[in-house]
Design a protein around this ligand. Sequence first.
Ligand code: COA
Length: 264
Amino acid sequence: MDDGEAKLQSSVHVERKGALEIWLINRPERRNALDRATIRLLGKLAEQAACDSSLRAVIISGKGGHFSAGADLKERQQMSKEEVQELLSLYRTVFGAIDRLPVPVVAAIDGVALGGGLELALACDFRIASSSAILGLPEVTLAIIPGAGGTQRLSRLVGPSRAKELILFGKRVSGKEALEMGLINALAEESAISFAEEFVAPLLEGAPIAIAAALEAIDAAWNHSLEEGLSIERLCYERTLASEDRLEALRAFNEKRKPIYKGK
Ligand code: COA
């Protein structure tokens, strides 16, 4: 898509602002609940983003004042056990693809991020919430458990004890409480989406190969022993060594100017 071009999709509205793409879940009449079509669309967007060399960051948010009220419980009521199982696999694939994107992804949370909505935010690299936001994983109160990565990603982020408190009690926390427990990176006084744009701006001019390598190496810390993680860090470092941007950084330093990174 060209700069400034806005593309209307059925349930996710995509806006392109230079090197930044903003994905807005667009089902305000259902508080942006995630039905199958929306999850599939997010998966398609992640697939396209992964091979877009001009993209430097993504913000995910929602239209109508909410991030997402989670799984579409009206759709879910019509689904068989087998269909729910298929949906869980779809969630896993799509949120995994978002998690692994080589560009930073920021969740900008206004209003509610509940259930699958919060799980989507947990698959992002950063979370910004407005002070009036409400975050929670209420699945256990609905006689199920978070099934789109919530038990794993929340525990890793805030520790198992806090994760158990949120999940078992279905506790809903405010933006301020979420900040205090490390669930979000920053609190926006007003609109989370405007804050997220400012937050991510420095990364749009950053060195893309280094940013992708850092994301991959940091994410490896979750899933590997220290020794394995250190080997992955080394491999990621070597990708930056081979880049033209590394040489540009050294030239710019010596010429006392701002580097211009091309992602090469
Ligand atoms: N799935 C499907 N529809 C949903 C939904 C969901 N998760 N959350 C809200 N909606 C629908 C409501 O059914 C309602 O539709 P209707 O007018 O046809 O009845 C519409 O969105 C507005 O919801 P309402 O509850 O009237 O709005 P609100 O602003 O007062 O409250 C929420 C918003 C999100 C706090 C509240 O709807 C809620 O708690 N939803 C359930 C969230 C949840 O448990 N998610 C976890 C799923 S595992």
